[in-house]
Design a protein. Structure first.
Lengths: 272, 220
């Protein structure tokens, strides 16, 4: 079984230099419009940071990119989100397939109450893994190496993932996401529960992962956004409390001379 | 350290300290020029003696900037502002040194009994230099880019006057070798004043960068 055979998304098609493209996206929770008219092109193999005050819709937009919001009753999306030229909200697209191709790492590390080994194999198994034990061992090692945690856990692969430190758990979760070979990794404040050293390890890992993956990160840490990201998108809620994209551009520009006064005020800590 | 103030409060305190330092430097330059005009060895001695106070104020600015960055992690204009303050403090410290060098020239001329040459012209050059220094400090503190850019034009006048003074002094020394020491001292004073104006123009450049985030060379 290959990815292409399973897929409702034709991987031979691309969005050109963009991994993901949001076109006039509006997101609703029931009658409340949480996000208003966001259009955004996410460059392939780059790190894009979403910043903005709490409630500005940045996490909602992030979760829309792998249809995580589908799990919230009453949530609805207008507009299009293109992945390989295909709108992931088309009726013939399987959201589980979308989430395999576009992985996610959360604020709080959430390893399953299983061994480190089984945490990694969980995704491949539910996706119908049919390899040999040796192939599984290799996959586990590759995923753990990819998340820069192999050396720390190679002698305790059968111990529970929950026994690791917070920073190690977060890298285990990244390894778990890598195990199903995604193209895009969404990270929702992945370091906000970590100490500074663990945070730096995750940031170094992100820069390493950028060679092969597209990363989108939501962060409240301005220094982190300026350290790791190539592009930055600034969101803010409007008078109706709907999140809007205010400014989007190369991080270097956003963090030296933003065009919008609201971006400057937010980054300088004037509000939010 | 530790007691929480607002960012604005901490910034005001920093600005106040830099302003105090700028006032000390301006007055050191003023007094050394006064001593030059009056050939006043006692006035010159005051300037020489006061220099350590200026150095201490520079260290205060540096400590406050480090503390400000540690506590507030400023970004964008807030960051450029405090970094610019650090650099301006260093320019001011150098200007303080130049004021001291001027005073030492005046005292040496007095002690060795040689009257300096072209004192009126040097005093005029000094007055223009003082004006450039005051204007650039005012432009910096007000973050006024128009005023900062206007300072660049004055820099050409400094060059012209300095050149004219050196040419005349050189001529005088060629004609009469007994004024040789006085001529050397006068040339040194003209050059020192030009350096003060250069440093002051750097402060104006810092002002433009702090506001626009782009580098503009004002004294080409």
């Amino acid at each position: 079984m290959t990815v292409a055979e399973l897929s409702s998304i034709n991987t031979t098609q691309t969005n050109g230099r963009y991994a993901v493209e949001l076109q006039n996206t509006h997101i609703y929770y029931g009658s409340f419009r949480a996000v208003k008219d966001v259009s955004l092109q996410i460059e392939r193999q780059k790190i894009t940071a979403f910043i903005g005050p709490s409630g500005c819709g940045k996490s909602t937009v992030l979760r829309a990119i792998n249809r995580m919001n589908d799990l919230i009753p009453g949530s609805r999306l207008e507009g299009r989100i293109l992945f390989h030229g295909k709108n992931i909200y088309d009726p013939d697209v399987d959201p589980v397939e979308v989430r395999r191709r576009i992985g996610m790492v959360f604020q709080k590390p959430n390893p399953f109450p299983k061994s480190i080994y089984d945490n990694i194999m969980f995704g491949p198994r539910i996706n119908g893994w049919r390899g040999t034990k040796a192939q599984a061992d290799e996959l586990v090692e590759r995923a753990l190496r990819g998340a820069a945690i192999w050396d720390e856990v190679k002698d305790k692969l059968h111990q529970p993932g929950t026994a690791l430190s917070g920073g190690q758990q977060q890298r285990l979760c990244i390894a778990r996401a890598l195990a199903v070979q995604p193209e895009v990794i969404l990270m929702d404040e992945p370091c906000s529960a970590l100490d500074p050293i663990s945070t730096l390890k995750i940031e170094e890992l992100m820069l390493e992962l950028r060679r092969n993956y597209t990363i989108i990160i939501v962060t409240h840490n301005m220094q982190q956004a300026s350290r790791v990201s190539d592009y930055t998108a600034f969101f803010l809620m409007d008078a109706d409390r709907a999140g809007q994209l205010i400014e989007y551009g190369p991080t270097e520009e956003i963090f030296t001379s933003p065009k919008d006064k609201r971006t400057e005020d937010y980054i300088s800590g004037r509000f939010g | 350290m530790g007691a929480l103030h607002s960012l604005a409060h901490d910034y005001d305190y920093l600005r106040h300290t830099l302003d105090a330092m700028a006032r000390r430097v301006k007055s050191a330059l003023h007094e050394s020029l006064q001593a030059l005009r009056r050939s006043d060895a006692i006035g010159a001695k005051h300037v020489i003696h006061d220099d350590p106070d200026i150095n201490a104020l520079q260290q205060d600015v540096e400590d406050l900037v480090v503390r400000f960055i540690t506590q507030w992690q400023p970004l964008l204009r807030d960051l450029r502002r405090v970094l610019a303050m650090l650099m301006v403090a260093s320019e001011l410290e150098r200007i303080g040194d130049y004021a001291r060098q001027l005073a030492m020239q005046v005292r040496r001329a007095h002690d060795n009994n040689y009257p300096l040459l072209m004192v009126a012209d040097l005093a005029e050059l000094g007055a223009l230099t003082e004006y450039i220094l005051s204007s650039s400090i005012a432009a910096f503190l007000a973050e006024d880019t128009a005023a900062a850019r206007a300072i660049a034009a004055l820099d050409d006048q400094i060059d012209e006057r300095r050149r004219a003074i050196i040419a005349s002094v050189r001529q005088a020394a060629l004609e009469d070798s007994s004024v040789f020491d006085a001529a050397l001292a006068s040339i040194e004073i003209a050059r020192t004043l030009e350096r003060v104006a250069d440093r002051a123009t750097n402060i104006a450049e810092r002002t433009v960068y702090l506001v626009t985030a782009t580098h503009e060379a004002l004294n080409e």
